[in-house]
Design a protein around this ligand. Structure first.
Ligand SMILES: *[C@@H]1O[C@H](CO)[C@@H](O)[C@H](O)[C@H]1NC(C)=O
Ligand SMILES: *[C@@H]1O[C@H](CO)[C@@H](O)[C@H](O)[C@H]1NC(C)=O
Ligand SMILES: *[C@@H]1O[C@H](CO)[C@@H](O)[C@H](O)[C@H]1NC(C)=O
Ligand SMILES: *[C@@H]1O[C@H](CO)[C@@H](O)[C@H](O)[C@H]1NC(C)=O
Ligand SMILES: *[C@@H]1O[C@H](CO)[C@@H](O)[C@H](O)[C@H]1NC(C)=O
Ligand SMILES: *[C@@H]1O[C@H](CO)[C@@H](O)[C@H](O)[C@H]1NC(C)=O
Ligand SMILES: *[C@@H]1O[C@H](CO)[C@@H](O)[C@H](O)[C@H]1NC(C)=O
Length: 924
């Protein structure tokens, strides 16, 4: 099968694998329904935010309809208002919608870094993103319309990122490149967009645009492309949606495959419209025969309410096995005392063949109410399993307390099967309640996740254990979805291990300055109470007498730190003084120290990649109030019942599974084989010095200015925080987070985990030095990014698309002497081309594949471009030339033999320009 055909084959597979991440948007024929926009609880009440959001999406609907050739529009939208806004009879209760799962979030960043709208997107090409983020300024300040364009157009740009997994066609780090026909071109789509390269010359506050100068090798740093406001180009929305003539996505005829942008890098040099045509949405829709969307977008306003939660707990006979009932009691106790937010209402139901109410809903107002509720947790187990009976009672106690089940939550925990589960599926769907499911042990009902799936609840899974740590991790994820982070409990640490007789666990957990209120240490053991003490950063010691050990012999001890815990490293020391080995677990939780400073948070996710053989990708997002946190040490552990746990470090290095370097998303492939449930625990630690805040990617372009009737009119420069400010040192911190995934056994017999190919190389870089081509890339592994490949296949061509479409027949580069290193290492290869000589104007494209020892071959890498010195004939297309006439002068500098494949110019990076030219992460 030819490369092209196998590519098409793979692509048609990818359609089946879209996983909606929390989003509940439905495509009904051609209309998107139930799009959710949520306003952050910190945003002060302002009805203009609602009005402008409505106008934005109504305009977006018309623009989207035109842009997609009468195929898609926005039919209905829900806007979630925070609990803090004034009550109004026009606002309805939430049902299963929540801030956490919203498609669009309106929030103000804690550090003011500008108002660029962006989409949080970290899967590959064609994968859905998580959410779109707009600032309130973006929605309220009409002076920003000049720099981003009409809000409806910006919305469509971001929607394409979010829904169809396409990428930006501009590149602020590489605004110009040298094209195949040896011209200096702005990075853009289509190549027909006209304008001029301009330097913003500022002395103090006085700015006067002038021609760009050539600095001997490149345009001077700070040179930017300024478009003509009037032009004929209809493309593209992922480039400059703000130009009045732009009403389309680039398609296969208008696409600029040469431009060094994310779209080309991520989507294999394909146009955005081709990617959209491969989406599920495209296949499930048809063209509407009318000039405008058939319906105007409708809006519903919803307001967040306090939580109402029923714990619906399995106490059937099997819960008596493997310490399950004890572990459940300890973990649910942690939930009631440490996790659930003050002001929430909680009740407890247990079920076996029938269900019984242990406690009706009680509002949490104090530690005393928490403690009282915890007394109703079950201690014994016997009988059958009727999940529907449990759910029915759980819904009943909610209705008894608040007169509705809309927007309430059920935490459904079971370890068993129930063949009659489907009988209450409709009841669950109609209740408007969110069901979080916790599957405990290897035999929990297979249908369990269906309930969380249809109601937008969390899907959690805990393996059996001697100690309750896995269940505590699961319960600790069930926090408010309202976006009110200062109320949420935060998991700092969760570990368990087997400790030999007289053995110690000595460890450290860091309390950073963003957390410290409501801090708890919980130690559990499987046989006999160990000796333990905790020392705070000032040396104060907490011994066993400061801990509370439950009188009901729960094999657990809890320490509550008064007030706000001391910032710094807390040390705990535990010794097993039992005669034989036993398991001991440690869990530490806390809450925000101040409602004004958002805490650092960690969120873990898993999903299948959309490229064969569909490995699982683990993502961990470390952030502080929408800003990525860089430089953390992140480790993921995946477990399933009956198999050893697998731990791997995750990286934010832009190689292997990680799409973008330094975006605060740490990723890794896991070669899981076989169906079933897998639980994921991620722990992230930061140490002083290394931890920085970074910037977001996938933004709408900030337009530097326009050319109108030959006159350059610049916008105010994009506000930039100095690096020192945005890269604030966060100090040390500790966090953990849990998630789970259920894999359907794909039936493709890949049961042996060594049967996976190396992962695609995504950071191949090339340049020419001393008539030698120098290649660098990050080594993939033998199985995805683990181990070592066996050898590399390297090909070169003078034509980019030939190399992509006909890799096998392209000219080979001799690489036999190169022995692949361990995954993650930097590989370098230097070679002199044999079949041609390098001369002025040489442009050569190179791509690479890795092969493992089973002869399994990776996908073709990104295509790197090496350029040898440019002759002085480059120019940039411009409109009529009677205005400012800028000629690009490309000078020759003797002895200068390197022109990096992408000319790196960035206003952000002026000072570091020399360094960044050598940094492959910002080249493509
Ligand atoms: C571009 O796409 C259209 C529609 O899918 C197709 O008919 C046409 O053959 C394609 N053109 C090229 C040059 O691939
Ligand atoms: C409960 O609902 C019923 C019917 O929907 C309504 O008549 C009653 O006033 C409600 N009670 C409360 C306390 O909201
Ligand atoms: C959730 O439901 C969707 C739509 O019904 C389905 O495609 C998907 O496979 C389900 N996911 C799980 C994990 O059950
Ligand atoms: C743990 O700390 C205790 C108390 O400081 C010390 O006696 C013990 O040797 C330590 N054990 C290990 C393994 O470090
Ligand atoms: C917490 O404060 C209370 C009262 O202020 C005091 O009795 C108790 O000993 C303190 N607990 C610890 C562990 O310091
Ligand atoms: C944390 O506790 C301090 C008192 O120690 C209190 O002043 C502050 O408001 C609390 N912060 C939050 C977010 O509740
Ligand atoms: C290029 O080659 C010359 C002579 O072989 C050598 O002196 C010089 O260091 C080389 N330059 C680089 C950058 O490798």
């Amino acid at each position: 099968m030819g490369v092209l055909r196998s590519l098409i084959f793979l692509l048609s597979f990818q359609l089946l694998l879209h996983v909606a991440k929390g989003s509940m948007v439905r495509l009904n024929e051609s209309g998107y329904e139930d799009l959710v926009v949520a306003i952050n609880p910190m945003v002060p009440e302002d009805t203009n935010i609602i009005l402008n959001t409505m106008t934005m999406i109504k305009d977006a609907s018309k623009y989207l309809f035109e842009a997609t050739k009468h195929r898609f529009f926005f039919k209905s939208v829900k806007i979630i208002l925070p609990k803090t806004w004034k009550k109004n009879s026009k606002y309805s209760r939430l049902k299963t919608e929540s801030y956490n799962k919203a498609d669009v979030i309106i929030a103000d960043p804690y550090l003011k870094y500008g108002d660029d709208p962006y989409t949080l997107q970290y899967g590959g090409c064609g994968m859905q993103g998580r959410y779109i983020h707009f600032t309130t300024n973006f929605l309220l300040d009409s002076s920003l319309l000049k720099v981003y364009g009409e809000r409806g157009r910006v919305f469509v740009h971001e929607w394409a990122h979010l829904r169809w997994g396409v990428f930006d066609e501009y590149n602020n780090n590489a605004p110009f490149y040298v094209s195949e026909n040896k011209m200096v071109e702005p990075t853009r789509c289509s190549a027909g967009v006209i304008g001029k390269p301009v330097f913003r010359n500022c002395i103090g506050n006085q700015c006067a645009p002038r021609e760009c100068q050539y600095d001997g090798q490149l345009y001077e740093a700070g040179c930017i492309f300024v478009p003509d406001v009037n032009q004929n180009s209809k493309t593209s929305i992922m480039y400059m949606q703000n130009l009045p003539s732009v009403v389309e996505f680039c398609d296969n005829s208008t696409h600029n495959a040469e431009a060094p942008n994310m779209q080309n890098k991520m989507c294999n040099y394909k146009s955005t419209w081709e990617v959209i045509m491969e989406s599920n949405d495209y296949h499930n829709s048809s063209v509407i025969n009318s000039l405008a969307p058939p319906f105007e977008t409708t809006f519903q306003l919803l307001q967040t309410q306090d939580r109402a939660v029923s714990l619906v707990l399995d106490v059937s006979g099997s819960m008596d096995l493997n310490n399950r009932i004890t572990n459940l009691r300890i973990a649910a106790d942690v939930f009631l005392r440490q996790i659930i937010e003050t002001g929430s209402r909680v009740g407890i139901v247990t079920f076996e063949s029938t269900a019984s109410v242990k406690s009706p809903l009680v509002q949490i107002t104090s530690d005393a109410t928490r403690q009282k509720l915890a007394q109703y947790l079950p201690t014994t187990a016997n009988g059958g399993t009727s999940i529907c009976a449990g759910i029915e009672k759980g819904l009943q106690i909610i209705t008894d307390a608040i007169n509705t089940t809309y927007g309430s939550e059920i935490v459904l925990l079971t370890d068993g099967e129930d063949s009659t589960m489907s009988t209450c599926r409709e009841r669950v769907r109609e209740s408007g309640a969110i069901i979080h499911t916790i599957a405990l042990g290897p035999s929990a009902a297979k249908e369990l996740e269906e309930f969380s799936n249809i109601t937008g609840g969390l899907q959690l899974y805990a393996v059996d254990g001697n100690v309750p740590s896995k269940l505590i991790e699961a319960f600790s994820e069930i926090k408010t979805g309202s976006g009110d982070i200062s109320e949420q409990s935060i998991q700092l640490e969760s570990t368990d291990q087997q400790v030999n007789s007289s053995g110690w666990i000595n460890n450290t957990v860091t309390i950073d300055k963003t957390v410290g209120n409501d801090t708890f240490f919980v130690f559990s053991w499987s046989i006999k109470q160990p000796i333990f003490f905790v020392r705070d950063p000032k040396g104060k010691e907490y011994g066993s007498s400061d801990f509370t050990v439950d009188s009901a012999n729960l094999r657990t001890a809890r320490l509550h730190i008064n007030g706000t815990a001391e910032v710094g490293d807390w040390h705990y020391y535990i010794q097993n003084d039992n005669a034989v080995a036993q398991n001991i677990s440690v869990a530490v939780t806390s809450r925000a120290a101040s409602s004004d400073v958002p805490p650092v948070i960690l969120q873990a996710y898993m999903e299948r990649a959309n490229i064969a053989p569909y490995p699982v990708v683990v993502y961990a997002e470390v952030s502080q109030n929408f800003l990525p946190v860089l430089g953390a040490t992140v480790v993921a552990t995946i477990e399933t019942d009956g198999a050893a746990a697998v731990s791997l470090p995750l990286f934010d290095n832009g190689a292997g599974a990680d799409m973008t370097k330094n975006d605060g998303i740490y990723s890794r492939y896991f070669a899981l084989s076989g169906g079933g449930r897998y639980s994921l625990k991620v722990s992230a630690r930061g140490r002083d010095q290394t931890i920085k805040l970074g910037r977001r990617q996938n933004k709408a372009l900030y337009i530097p200015g326009y050319i109108e009737n030959g006159k350059i009119q610049m916008n105010a420069p994009r506000p930039e925080l100095p690096d020192e400010e945005i890269q604030a040192n966060l100090g040390s911190f500790s966090r953990t987070s849990t998630s789970s995934i259920t894999l359907v056994n794909s039936g493709n017999s890949n049961s042996n985990s060594s049967d996976f190919p190396p992962c695609k190389i995504t950071d191949l870089d090339a340049y020419i030095e001393n008539e030698t081509i120098v290649l660098t890339w990050t080594a993939p592994g033998g199985d995805f990014d683990i181990g070592k490949a066996n050898h590399y296949i390297i090909k070169s061509s003078a034509n980019l698309l030939n190399l992509r479409d006909d890799f096998d027949n392209a000219a080979s580069v001799d690489s036999l002497h190169l022995i692949p290193q361990e995954a993650g290492s930097i590989e370098t290869l230097k070679f002199k081309p044999k079949n041609f000589t390098i001369e002025n104007g040489t442009i050569i494209y190179i791509a690479i594949r890795a092969v493992d020892d089973k002869n399994l071959i990776s996908d073709t890498s990104n295509i790197a471009k090496a350029t040898w010195f440019i002759p002085p004939k480059a120019s940039v297309p411009s409109g009529d030339d009677d205005g400012v006439n800028i000629t690009v002068i490309v000078a020759v500098v003797a002895g200068c033999v390197v022109l990096v494949c992408i000319i790196v110019i960035s206003t952000v990076c002026i000072l570091q320009n020399q360094k960044k030219r050598r940094d492959p992460a910002i080249r493509m």
